[in-house]
Design a protein around this ligand. Structure first.
Ligand SMILES: NC(=O)c1ccc[n+]([C@@H]2O[C@H](COP(=O)([O-])OP(=O)(O)OC[C@H]3O[C@@H](n4cnc5c(N)ncnc54)[C@H](O)[C@@H]3O)[C@@H](O)[C@H]2O)c1
Length: 477
């Protein structure tokens, strides 16, 4: 078993002030694969102090100096891709094929895109010809607490760490205690790249411990958080006393509106997208809204895709889906499947319990409910497992109304071959992202939500600006 009890503080690996072991569980086997420490207040304080000390000089570095270090880190990240994929797969259950591609690749993509954003960013700009002596300066916000979840570990860590570094901030990362191994490896890479001591620090811990200490810490200027809406609210309240900037990327309940004139692959694509990463994505299209005239056919297709979706161990190669991350998530998903049945939704694939032959491990049957209405819990609450709800609609107006009838507003999806209709609906959907006909977000596109899906934007230039203060200077010569 891996022993990873140390934290990375002020450029060194240090032991926690007190022993507080926490076992990391491999979700495919339910067995412990590593032991880490949960930090105490003194560990958090030491990391924040190191970040504060480093801020004075790091905030004054040039764009070129920061870029040179980021380029080194990018090269190391690429060299150690196999180790990273292995760590992600073991800690959170992504099958190796997914861990090596999308999971590892999301981190690589963000490093590259944020470097591009840094290269093109003007940290000093005139206000405009109407006020020639007014000058705008973009400056790093300060010491940042970065708190991340377990579902796309390197995606979220890279979005925060790289953007903060590029902006000239210093930081303390607290990765999810459920999936800390990828972040510990990333810390090794940062060390190897040669960032000055204190720029990046990592303390493991849970939400009530290190997480809350960071969000309430008087010497932390900003919290960048990705995770559940529940924790986002708690963090905002705790950060309010010190008036921190709080950037939140929270949950979602994406609608995928499938019109009768959608392309023939639209339903298959939608189901696969929903089940990708075993349904554990904040932007998963978990509510499929289908126009009545193709409804029966769409339900049959979705049931067929689910039945053909294989489930297996994360460690083996292949295009199957893996387990969900933990026993807690497994029980939560089972509870939601039971609720769907009790509320009268029609189960057309999967259902309660584990897939045949997979009694050990947190495996869930790929599940599809038809005849769902938007009042049901399975249509309102984030399930975070391979569970799709299909809802019929009769008109464009009704589709938009159902799609927007949610507390969330992260990503919505439209499937139609009528471009005018797609654009018209995209304008009406209350979400930070709308994807038409399976088109992926481009490099450096802003990622973030409306409503209770959060208030931040990550990735590219928008992601960099999250970590910057804006200063105006008058009388500038
Ligand atoms: N919008 C996005 O960009 C995005 C991306 C991925 C995941 N998510 C969301 O993340 C959730 C799943 O992740 P999770 O189960 O790890 O979420 P979570 O909120 O339980 O935990 C996320 C992180 O916050 C910490 N935490 C928990 N309570 C805290 C508190 N009170 N104070 C400070 N820190 C606290 C955890 O230790 C962990 O590091 C889902 O709701 C998903 O939609 C959102």
């Amino acid at each position: 078993m891996l022993e990873k009890r140390e934290f990375y503080i002020n450029g060194q690996w240090v032991s926690p002030v007190r022993t507080n072991d926490f076992e990391v569980i491999n979700p495919s086997t339910e067995e412990s694969c590593a032991v880490i420490s949960l930090g105490a207040k003194e560990d958090t304080d030491a990391a924040v102090a190191a970040a504060r000390n480093a801020f004075e000089s790091w905030s004054q570095t040039s764009k070129e100096e920061r870029m040179a270090l980021l380029e080194k880190l990018y090269a190391i990240y690429k060299t150690r891709s196999g180790e990273m994929a292995e760590a992600i797969s073991t800690e959170m259950g992504a099958p190796m094929a997914l861990a090596k591609t999308a999971q590892w690749g999301a981190g690589a993509g963000h490093i590259k895109n944020l470097m591009r954003a840094l290269k093109n960013f003007e940290f000093e700009q005139p206000l405009g010809d109407h006020a020639p002596n007014n000058h705008i300066l973009y400056e790093p916000v300060g010491v940042c607490g970065l708190i991340t979840p377990w579902n796309w570990p390197m995606n979220q860590v890279a979005l925060k760490v790289i953007a903060a570094m590029a902006a000239g901030c210093t930081m303390v990362l607290k990765p999810s205690e459920v999936s800390p191994l990828s972040s510990l490896l990333f810390a090794e890479m940062i060390h190897e790249a040669g960032f000055p001591a204190g720029v990046f620090n990592l303390v493991n811990g849970d939400g009530v411990g290190v997480g809350s200490e960071l969000s309430g810490h008087p010497d932390v200027d900003m919290i960048s958080f990705t995770g559940s809406t529940r924790a986002g609210v708690a963090i905002s309240k705790n950060a309010a006393d010190t008036v921190k900037r709080v950037s939140l990327e929270l949950g979602g309940k994406g609608a995928n509106i499938v019109f009768a004139d959608a392309d023939e692959k639209a339903v298959v694509r939608g189901v696969r997208h929903c089940f990708n990463n075993t349904g554990q994505s904040c932007n998963a299209p978990t509510r499929m809204l289908v126009e009545r005239s193709i409804y029966d056919q769409a339900v049959a297709t979705a049931a067929d895709v689910a039945a053909k979706t294989s489930v297996d161990l994360a460690s083996i190669e292949g295009r199957h889906i893996g387990p969900v991350v933990s026993g807690l998530q497994y029980e939560k998903i089972q509870g939601m499947i039971d609720k769907g049945i009790a509320e009268g939704a029609r189960l057309v694939a999967g259902g309660p319990g584990k897939p045949e032959g997979l009694e050990k491990g947190y495996f869930v049957r790929p599940t599809v409910f038809a005849d769902v209405n938007n009042e049901m819990a399975i249509a309102r609450e984030e399930i975070f497992g391979p569970v799709l709800s299909i809802i019929p609609f009769d008109s464009e107006e009704e589709a938009v109304q159902i799609a927007n009838d949610t507390l969330y507003g992260l990503t919505n999806y439209i499937q139609t071959q009528d471009g005018d209709k797609a654009n018209r609906i995209a304008r009406q959907l209350r979400s930070g992202m709308v994807q038409i006909n399976g088109e992926m977000l481009g490099a450096g596109a802003p990622f973030g939500g409306y409503k209770q899906s959060g208030n931040g934007r990550e990735g590219g230039t928008w992601g960099l600006e999250e970590f910057l203060e804006v200063k105006v200077v008058t009388g500038w010569l």
